[in-house]
Design a protein around this ligand. Structure first.
Ligand code: SF4
Length: 281
């Protein structure tokens, strides 16, 4: 990884489920830095919601946090460099500040899992894009009871399965990439803490991408296309409206590809390559 700093490994880094560094008594204070696209911001909001539901206290300043989470981007080289720079900046709060744990989440983890482990020893745990619920173990916070959604996620579609068979999603050459592609997608029952202004919010209706754009690694970073059921999106929109949200933006890598009922009458007019046609959704 060109942008990864070369540092000597001084202590072993743990998987999210193994992080055990002690944190002070009382609610664990967690601070977030969210980089990249609105999809990543929603991932941060979900992780914050899971943490808050489990009893953690969210703080806005890194200097006040026991645990700092950097949710990273890895789409292009400059985004990777910004992610690494931010991780190193936040690491200073651990080596000379209050922070006891530094967690790296997001796309940079999917692409450079082992490089992060080997080259940034200040990082205590990593959480990939398909492992959002592992943020609780990574932060040392006990999980809250799981609330089941009545609307199951639509996990994949035939086009994606066919492309998978052709190797579209292969990550064999990525050092340390786990075998399973990310397949997580939150639903209307998942807690979220909105990070946008009070009148507006994103709803992620789908995740992943099945398209073959040769320049793009998003499918390897975020997995095959899967989507939420129409009813799940409506349920979340109604809940957000009750909270005072007046503007909702539907997001996903491919917002017009929804196997459920006609989501497209709500969705943005876009088709791939998405990153060239509109904001990096
Ligand atoms: S449609 Fe967008 S996310 Fe999918 S491969 Fe093409 S550019 Fe990447």
């Amino acid at each position: 990884m060109d942008c990864m700093p070369t540092k000597t490994l001084s202590e072993p880094l743990q998987d999210a489920t193994q992080a055990t560094n002690p944190v002070p008594a009382g609610p664990t204070r967690v601070g977030f830095v969210s980089l990249g696209c609105p999809k990543n911001l929603v991932d941060s909001e979900v992780m914050m919601g899971l943490l808050q539901q489990a009893g953690a206290q969210l703080v806005s300043g890194a200097e006040d946090a026991d645990v700092i989470v950097v949710n990273t981007c890895s789409f292009i080289a400059s985004a990777q460099q910004e992610s690494v720079n931010t991780i190193l900046e936040m690491a200073k709060h651990k080596t000379a500040g209050r922070a006891r744990k530094l967690v790296v989440a997001g796309c940079l983890v999917e692409r450079f899992r082992n490089d992060i482990r080997q080259n940034i020893p200040e990082v205590d745990a990593v959480v990939g894009t398909g492992e959002l619920e592992a943020i609780l173990a990574a932060a040392g916070v006990a999980p809250a009871p799981v609330v089941e959604s009545p609307f199951r996620i639509l996990q994949s579609r035939a086009e994606g399965d066919a492309r998978a068979a052709q190797g579209r999603f292969s990550r064999e050459t990525w050092n340390g990439a786990i075998a399973d592609l990310p397949n997580y997608l939150y639903d209307e029952a998942t807690p979220r803490v909105l990070a946008t202004p009070g009148h507006t919010a994103y709803i992620k209706i789908a995740e992943g991408c099945d398209h073959p754009c040769t320049f793009c690694i998003i499918p390897q970073l975020r997995g095959q296309f899967r989507s939420r059921r129409f009813e799940s999106v409506i349920a979340e929109a109604e809940r957000l409206a009750q909270l005072g949200v007046r503007e909702i933006t539907l997001i996903g890598q491919d917002t017009t590809c929804t196997p459920s009922r006609p989501m497209t009458r709500f969705a943005l007019t876009s088709t791939y390559p998405c990153s060239m046609r509109r904001r990096a959704f």
